[in-house]
Write a protein that binds this ligand. Structure first.
Ligand code: NAD
Length: 251
C-alpha cells in the first residue's frame, strides 16, 4: 500500500534510537523527508545514516526535548531545515522510575515538562501552519500506561495521562482543518529504555505478553507511519495501543 505521503516533511522527536527512530525510518521508507532530534550528535548521525543508507531523506537536529523551550526549538529548526512541517511525532525520553513512596514532589515538575509541556510546545510550533495549509498529522508516542498505570512508573503514568487529555482536546479543535491528532501507546518494545527498566533481560517481560515476545521497534514505527497516511484521514482523537495484547481491558 502506498501511504500517499511521499514528499511530506516530518519532525520526529527523540529519534536517535528506539521508537522515535523506528517511526522516522518507516516514514522515510514511505518517501517522507524526516528531521530527527536527539541529544547526542554521534548517535544522531548514526540514526540519520540508517535512513540515508536505505535511500531515505533525513537530517539530524541536535537538541534537548526535556523542556517546553527545547521542544519548540526543535520544531522551529525542523521547519527551517525542511521548509515546513506536515507531520509531527512528539516524543521524549521516559522519566525516572519509582512509585509514590520513592519519588519526591520536586521530580514531578521536570517529568511533566518533558513528557507533557514539550509536546504542547511542539504542537504550538507546528499545528498552526498545518491548519493553514489544510493538511497535517500529529502522532505522539505515549505509553500503554495511559490505559493501565504501570507499577513503579508514577511519573510516566501521571504525565502521559495529561498529554493524552491535551491531544484529544487538540484533535477536536483542529479536526475541521484537515489535521488529525492521535497517540500511539507502546506496550513493551525491545529498546534501550525497556532494557534499562528490566536490567537488560527481556525474558520476563515477554512472558507477560500474549504474543510471548516483546515488540520490535519497527512493529511500532509502521503504526505511526500508517496514522500519518492519507488513508488514515478519518482517524483522529484516537489513542492506539501497540502492545501484543498486553492490555487486558475492553477499552
Ligand atoms: P529509548 O530510551 O530507547 O530512546 C529514546 C531516544 O530519545 C534515545 O535516542 C534518546 O537519546 C532520545 N532522548 C531521550 N531523552 C531525550 C531528550 N530529553 N531530548 C532529546 N532526545 C532524547 O526510548 P524508547 O523505548 O524509544 O521510548 C520512547 C518513549 O516511549 C519514551 O518516552 C518511553 O518512556 C516510552 N515508552 C516506551 C516503551 C517501550 O517498550 N520501549 C513502553 C512504554 C513507553
Amino acid at each position: 500500500m502506498d501511504f500517499g505521503i511521499r514528499g511530506k516533511r516530518a519532525a520526529v522527536a527523540a529519534a536517535s534510537a528506539g521508537l522515535g527512530l523506528a517511526s522516522a525510518q518507516a516514514l522515510a521508507a514511505e518517501g517522507v523527508r524526516v528531521a530527527l532530534c536527539g541529544r547526542d550528535s554521534a548517535r544522531l548521525d548514526e540514526a540519520v545514516r540508517s535512513i540515508t543508507d536505505a535511500g531515505g531523506d533525513a537530517v539530524g537536529i541536535a537538541g534537548d526535548l526535556s523542556t517546553a523551550a527545547g521542544g519548540g526549538r526543535f520544531v522551529a529548526d525542523a521547519i527551517d531545515a525542511l521548509g515546513g512541517v506536515d507531520i509531527l511525532v512528539p516524543n521524549a525520553g521516559g522519566p525516572p522510575a519509582g512509585g509514590f513512596g520513592s519519588i519526591d514532589l520536586e521530580l514531578y515538575g521536570p517529568a511533566i515538562e518533558q513528557n507533557l509541556l514539550s509536546t504542547v510546545a511542539m504542537c504550538a510550533a507546528a499545528v498552526p501552519a498545518m491548519r493553514e495549509q489544510g493538511w497535517g498529522r500529529v502522532v505522539a508516542i505515549t505509553s500503554i500506561s495511559v490505559r493501565q498505570p504501570i507499577e513503579g512508573l508514577i511519573l510516566s503514568n501521571t504525565a502521559r495521562a495529561g498529554t493524552t487529555g491535551f491531544l484529544k482536546t487538540l484533535a477536536l479543535e483542529v479536526a475541521g482543518d484537515g489535521v488529525t491528532v492521535n497517540s500511539v501507546q507502546p506496550g513493551s518494545h525491545a529498546t534501550d529504555r525497556l532494557r534499562s527498566i528490566h536490567g537488560g533481560d527481556l525474558t520476563e517481560a515477554a512472558r507477560q505478553i500474549p504474543t510471548r515476545e516483546v515488540g520490535r521497534p519497527e512493529d511500532f514505527g509502521w503504526v505511526v507511519a500508517f496514522l500519518c497516511s492519507d488513508q488514515a484521514r478519518f482517524i483522529t482523537g484516537a489513542a492506539i495501543p501497540v502492545d501484543g495484547g498486553a492490555h487486558r481491558g475492553l477499552q
